[in-house]
Design a protein around this ligand. Structure first.
Ligand code: NAD
Length: 424
């Protein structure tokens, strides 16, 4: 059987070390990465070397999407570029795998869905959390009615790695849409999945920068010696517990990966585009939050809360469901689900085995599903419409936060149009 020929737009961390690595190793019998596109050629070359592939490199994503020998395009560029890269790929009749978020606005998502419809190809939404062993089991149990009707969901994410958002492009809404889109779209998607067929209706939200600001520097600067501007150049790098230069990030990694990572982000690559990954997270300019809480109401009266914390030493997501038949807690770090039936003191506990691989093995399952879906015309576990709903919640949160009011989903997403344009 012929391999699926893949072109990747955005040869950064996700494009190379996660998705690109999976398609070129685990799935090399079924797929081949034939082209990489990135505005930074040095970065793409280092990525290609890491993947040990023979792919062509394009500075212009349009050159990649117009290649006849590319069947499918993986979009792992910055969030704000997903729309233009998906539209270009569909224009040339390619299948598309787009990492979350689908776009950074509800309108942008609808334009992508319209383009997919016209192309008649596959839009695969890269929501790896749907393939997490714990959440997949939780959904299966919910689908079987084990918890009864779902009345409320609480999701909490603690993400230590989120501090580095404050050092990178993610910290600015013009690139990421805001962290309720960039990061929260994952969690809103899981909540929507659990709540289905109910749909989100309105949102309120509170979020702030509480930790990553000058007055909370985790050391006392000496008089006249200013910290930053990057960890690499900072006079306090030996005392700062949050230092995040490329060397710090790659410490302890396998040699080949570390070597490629440094080539991708330091030296010639950094000089070419000035992309800095290690701005001082306390002093950087930012318009996103480091902690926040969103509330969502669904059209059946169910409610949801999602909280995200990026100043923490924890790395965990927990989901709690209040069902008409009882209370459930899923803990991704512990890989556990605990169900406490109503009107009973019993509890049922499940400890799941987590496979190896990025994102608790979920990336591998997701990339395998993408290949199956393209090959067999199967409907993906997460569709473009799912991507649009979660972006709409995130966008509504950002608006609710900015304007200090309750925002209706219909203000940011033309729902009728979505129902018309949705599909595989
Ligand atoms: N599913 C997940 O859990 C997950 C995790 C991390 C990142 N992501 C997503 O993956 C995407 C990439 O994130 P990342 O962390 O790898 O970022 P990154 O900064 O490491 O990589 C982004 C790459 O895009 C390139 N780029 C910038 N402008 C471009 C353009 N006009 N055309 C082509 N390439 C361009 C950059 O040079 C860089 O190599 C984002 O959308 C992010 O939200 C998803």
């Amino acid at each position: 059987m012929a391999k699926l020929r893949i072109g990747i737009i955005g040869a950064g961390c996700r494009g190379i070390f996660s998705v690109g690595a999976l398609f070129s190793t685990d799935f090399k019998e079924r797929a081949e990465v034939v082209a990489l596109a990135d505005v930074n050629r040095t970065r793409a070359e280092a990525g290609r070397e890491f993947l040990r592939i023979d792919a062509d490199i394009h500075d212009d994503p349009l050159a990649l999407v117009s290649r006849k020998d590319v069947d499918a395009v993986v979009v792992t560029s910055l969030d704000c570029l997903h729309e233009q890269h998906c539209l270009a790929a569909f224009k040339h009749g390619k299948h598309v795998f787009v990492d979350k978020p689908l776009a950074i606005t509800g309108e942008g998502c609808l334009r992508i869905l319209a383009a997919r419809r016209k192309a008649g190809t596959m839009l695969y939404m890269g929501f790896n959390l749907r393939h997490d062993v714990v959440l997949a089991r939780l959904k299966e149990m919910a689908g079987k009615g084990k918890f009864g009707d779902i009345l409320s969901v609480h999701a909490i994410e603690h993400y230590d790695g989120g501090r580095t958002y404050m050092s990178r492009w993610n910290r600015l809404k013009k690139y990421s849409g805001g962290l309720f889109i960039h990061k929260g779209s994952h969690d809103f998607d899981i909540i929507n999945w659990l709540m289905a067929p109910a749909r989100p209706v309105r949102v309120s939200c509170f979020a702030n920068v509480s930790s990553f600001k000058a007055e909370r520097l985790p050391f006392t600067p000496r008089k006249g010696i200013r910290p930053g501007p990057t960890c690499t150049r900072c006079s306090y790098r030996d005392v700062c517990p949050d230092k995040a230069s490329s060397e710090d990030m790659a410490r302890g990694w396998p040699a080949a990966m570390k070597d490629s990572y440094l080539k991708m982000w330091n030296g010639t690559a950094a000089k070419a585009d000035g992309y800095q990954k290690d701005l001082c997270m306390y002093l950087s300019d930012k318009d996103t939050h480091d902690q926040g809480i969103a509330l969502v109401e669904y059209d059946n009266g169910a409610t949801a809360a999602h909280a995200e914390y990026f100043a923490t030493s924890l790395n965990n997501r927990r989901f709690m469901i209040e069902g008409s038949l009882g209370h459930v807690e899923a803990d991704l770090h512990e890989s556990t689900i605990e169900f406490r039936p109503r009107w009973s003191s019993e509890r049922a506990s499940y400890k799941l085995t987590r496979p190896e691989g990025d994102h608790g093995g979920a990336d591998t399952v997701m990339c395998g599903e993408f290949l199956d879906c393209v090959r067999n015309g199967r409907t993906p576990r997460a569709t473009g419409a799912d991507g649009a709903w979660s972006v709409a919640i995130g966008q509504a949160c950002e608006l609710a936060r900015a304007e200090q009011r309750v925002v209706k989903i219909s203000e940011v997403l033309d729902i009728k149009s979505l129902l018309l344009k949705s599909g595989v």
